[in-house]
Ligand binder design. Structure first.
Ligand code: NCD
Length: 310
């Protein structure tokens, strides 16, 4: 079998997704009684993170350790030879002999695709600028499936915040489009869903609405709240206009459906108030935990070892 990378959420079929969800569930169960599975004993994961990250990098590294593998890491351009003027190609080329899998986060959209074309080991896109974040989408899908029946009735997912630059949203709508879901996009029009994603949704005949009114979240089954992506704005003043626009707090949540779940890829700023943290609707910390099990699955997916979990 050839090298299997994870570059975009588009690449997963419904069958792939159902299998990954099932294996993730099994891994979650196995970890209740064991700290480590020894499936990737002889493997090394390189985490190459050229943008800030906490959960994505640490959950990938923890996932590799829990699978019995090893991790090497390069964090921040300023600490790697990229700061000396080396090209990304040269930086990555040596990884073929140092590691068996490369997880990369980079500020440029499409960087992971370039990486995958440059090296002969599986590349995992851990966020490419304002493009995609497919592994976050897998853990988000797993989280939704833990609370809602995604195999059955249609669910309504409300996306709130920075829909233009929010790469986790871009990937998640691609995955949810393979299930019975409709979308409500809640944002100021200036940071609404980019045209290319609108075209994809129309082509796939997915029902969606766009509004700037937060009241639209009230009828949703899932509220997926996001941070306004300050680092992507060309003009800081524009960011300032949007940064405190939406706040999900206890008072607002009480007006929503009782069974709504509130998700957030984290880090959160003021858009999700800490006064809802203890409410059963707030699932974002559980979501981050699910990142571990999901990424264990995905490391096994790229190494063709998923069938060793049973
Ligand atoms: C997100 C990201 O990096 O895109 N964080 C994450 O990976 N959990 C969301 C964000 O930074 O706002």
């Amino acid at each position: 079998m050839g090298v299997k990378s994870i570059l975009t959420a588009d690449q997963f079929s419904r069958k792939d997704l159902d299998l990954i969800l099932e294996k993730t569930r099994q891994i979650e169960d196995l970890l209740k009684t064991r700290k480590q599975l020894h499936v990737l004993k002889e493997h090394i994961l390189a985490t190459m993170f050229f943008e800030p990250s906490t959960r994505t990098r640490l959950s990938f590294e923890s996932a590799m350790h829990r699978l019995g593998g090893q991790v090497i890491t390069a964090v921040g351009m300023q600490f790697s030879s990229l700061a000396k003027g080396e090209t990304l190609f040269d930086t990555l080329k040596v990884l073929e002999s140092y590691a068996d899998i490369c997880a990369i986060r980079h500020p440029v959209e499409g960087a992971s695709l370039v990486a995958a074309k440059s090296i002969s080991i599986p590349v995992i896109n851990a966020g490419d600028g304002a493009g995609e974040h497919p592994t976050q989408a897998i853990l988000d899908l797993y989280t939704i499936s833990a609370y809602k029946n995604i195999q059955g009735k249609k669910i309504v997912v409300g996306f709130v915040g920075d829909i233009k630059y929010g790469r986790t949203i871009h990937s998640l709508i691609k995955l949810l489009s393979k299930y019975q879901a409709s979308f409500v996009f809640i944002s100021p029009p200036e940071i609404g869903l980019p045209e290319k994603y609108i075209e994809e949704l129309n082509k796939a005949k997915i029902t969606f609405t766009e509004t700037s009114d937060i009241e639209a979240l009230r009828e949703c089954d899932v509220g997926y709240i996001t941070r306004i992506q300050e680092e992507r704005f060309l003009e800081h003043a524009t960011y300032e206009n949007f940064k405190n626009l939406y706040v999900i707090n206890k008072k607002f949540l009480k007006t929503c459906r009782d069974d709504i779940i509130i998700m957030h890829p984290l880090p959160r700023l003021s858009e999700v108030s800490t006064d809802i943290d203890a409410m059963p609707q707030a699932v974002y910390f559980k979501q981050a935990e699910y990142g571990l099990y999901s990424r264990m699955s995905l490391l096994l997916y790229v190494t063709n070892r998923l069938d060793e979990i049973n």
